[in-house]
Design a protein around this ligand. Structure first.
Ligand code: AGP
Length: 602
């Protein structure tokens, strides 16, 4: 996914847009660019690499413009270089366009444009848009009406997803916009207006926002906002007042957002429980949906999927409800058995993950009840879902999901509790225990205990994580966290599976990190520890069972709580292990290479 931002008003636009892009850089950071309209002349500056390169390039350029758009890119089409960076323009610089999304039929559109002798300079899908706008307006006087009609005709030709911001040379006080599937939000100011991919870029200017809906187009000027639907009918928009505070998207005294967000994990757990209790959210899910559903299907990606695994395990083990779980990128292609009696749960921090959204659309088409668990109000998943359970983690900026992960598990634990109540089943925890865990998480930091382990693994080729039952799902999340920001190859394995093949990987000094938090699985997991120890592994144990420390080389003691809730306790050391290892290796933990915060392309 990419970040787009724009400003039109009574102030210098370039610094405002560059600042907005800083808040959006987590959405993509392999190149960046900005376009300004300076009294009817479009000027474009772009650079490869992180936003800082663009900032230093334009810093001393005094461009007096009060209308600008900008872009931070996560490359989908065309390598991450300056030529492919946005904004893209037509030959005559009549239009500058920034785009978040994918134009699936861009090759066909390129062929059509080449027949009109249009020359292309980049490998991107986005570049077709300024050229199409040029064709729609060639030899015509550019007016607001003409532009809206031209934009309407252009987006009708596009198959795929887009959030667009467009400068028009002859309309220097206008930013034209269009939205389909990718997020686009307007920020309302006094004699100024803003657009952005998400609210983190707006909070320092305004908390009055308008969330564009799919297939809407429009424009903003310093004092006017007009939005039109797919039939070119002007729509009445509603203003959403944001409750988020600017400091929630700022680093404060932290060095990295990931460090801050790990620390915010305890508050995320607490706020998520309290919000569910305050709103009685789980009492609003139609009882029939839970009681009469033939099956529950959990679909998600990455960390969200790892959170879902824990819920599946407890729903089946304790509530005796059959649960299917799939990663979203596979679910759609297995011809899933979904019907009007299916309860389909989609977990997504951003609410914008294309794979997950595509699965929800498939399930909706089969009349299933679609329940979303998400962290972003107004995100696309909230508009598609039949019911939403919100995690209350606040904006999560670092690409590696931490506080959202614990909030997702918390929301799922509360949901499972509701299912247990309805099915008259008992669980080993209640919401009071979860609140207790949030306090324990706040009180304990593992930096000291992890220090030597970080040094031990930082130059390792591979690190293995093993566990049984719920501990295996924690091991999967630990492996994902460490690999995605340290770039060390990590693999999580079911502890009982080692002897069926993976044991061949274990040699002298191989680092194996064992997660052991489930009392009923101590002996079985100890067997796996003996197996790897006898092959020379360096065995690390994350556990609350101190008696097991004597069997391993490195012991990280966890606080104890109800067995089912232990993933919440274990989350902090596994997240801090990843964070401190990334720092030790000189990596940027917030913006790991090749990744983006939310993958809005399939
Ligand atoms: C987790 O640290 C990763 N950033 C990634 O796996 C992420 O969880 C996944 O892309 C799903 O994102 P979502 O929760 O926003 O849908």
């Amino acid at each position: 996914m990419c970040g787009i931002a724009g400003y039109v008003g009574n102030k210098l636009s370039m610094p405002i847009v560059l600042n907005a892009l800083s808040s959006l850089e987590y959405r993509g950071y392999d190149s960046a660019g900005i376009a300004v309209n300076e009294f009817g002349k479009i000027i474009i500056e772009k650079s490869e690499g992180k936003l800082g390169n663009l900032k230093s390039k334009v810093n001393n350029k005094l461009i007096s413009s009060s209308c600008a758009i900008g872009h931070t890119r996560w490359a989908t089409h065309g390598e991450p270089n300056k030529t492919n960076a946005h904004p893209h323009k037509d030959f005559g610089y009549n239009f500058a366009v920034v785009h978040n999304g994918i134009i699936e039929n861009y090759n066909a559109l390129k062929r059509k444009l080449k027949k009109e002798n249009i020359k292309f300079y980049s490998d991107t899908d986005t570049e077709v848009i300024p050229h199409l706008l040029y064709l729609e307006t060639k030899n015509k006087k550019i007016t607001t009406n003409l532009m809206i009609n031209a934009l309407h005709n252009v987006v009708k030709q596009i198959k795929g997803s887009y959030a667009l911001a467009i400068l028009v040379k002859d309309l220097p006080d206008y930013i034209f916009i269009a939205k389909k599937q990718s997020p686009l939000i307007i920020g309302l100011g006094k004699n100024e207006n803003f657009i952005a991919s998400d609210v983190s870029a707006l909070l320092s200017h305004t908390n009055n926002t308008i969330y564009l809906n799919d297939d809407e187009i429009g424009f903003i000027t310093p004092n006017e906002i007009k939005i039109f639907n797919a039939h070119l009918k002007e729509v009445k928009f509603s203003v959403t007042k944001l409750t988020l505070q600017p400091e929630q998207v700022m680093l404060g005294n932290y060095k990295h957002f990931m460090e801050k967000e790990i620390d915010e994990g305890s508050k995320s757990i607490y706020e998520t429980v309290k919000e569910l209790q305050r709103n009685r959210t789980l009492h609003k899910i139609p009882v029939s949906v839970i009681k009469n559903c033939s099956s529950i299907h959990i679909t998600a990606c990455g960390t969200a999927l790892n959170a879902g695994m824990i819920a599946k395990y407890i729903l089946e083990r304790d509530c005796r409800v059959p649960v299917f779980l799939d990663c979203a990128s596979e679910f759609r292609y297995k011809n899933p058995i979904i019907n009007e009696n299916s309860l389909c749960i989609f977990i997504s921090q951003s609410g914008e993950t294309a794979d997950t959204l595509a699965c929800m659309e498939l399930c909706k088409s089969k009349n299933a009840f679609c329940l979303a668990i998400t962290n972003v109000v107004g995100s696309r998943i909230t508009r598609l879902a039949d019911f939403c359970i919100f995690t209350v983690a606040g904006p999560e900026i670092a690409v590696a999901s931490t506080k959202a992960y614990v909030a997702q598990i918390t929301a799922l634990f509360c949901f499972v509790k509701a299912v247990a109540r309805l099915n008259k089943k008992t669980l080993d925890y209640n919401e009071k225990d979860i609140i207790e865990v949030s306090k324990m998480l706040a009180e304990h930091d593992y930096k000291k205990e992890l220090n030597d382990l970080v040094k031990k693994i930082k130059n390792k080729e591979s690190v293995y994580f093993i566990g049984r039952g719920i501990d295996y799902f924690v091991a999967l999340e630990a492996a994902l966290k460490l690999k995605e920001i340290s770039y060390i190859h990590c693999e999580a394995m079911a502890a009982g599976e080692l002897k069926h093949g993976s044991l061949a990987l274990i040699t002298n000094n191989t680092v194996v990190i064992v997660i052991l938090t489930q009392p009923d699985l101590i002996d079985k997991t100890l067997n796996a520890i003996y197996e790897i120890k006898s092959r020379g592994a360096f065995v690390v144990l994350f556990s609350q069972f101190k008696d097991c420390a004597k069997y391993v080389d490195y012991f990280v003691e966890l606080k104890n709580t109800k067995a089912s809730l232990m993933p919440l306790i274990a989350s902090k050391p596994i997240q801090q292990l990843a964070y401190f290892t990334a720092i030790e290796k000189g990596n940027d933990p917030d913006k790991p290479r090749n990744l983006a915060k939310s993958v809005t392309v399939e």
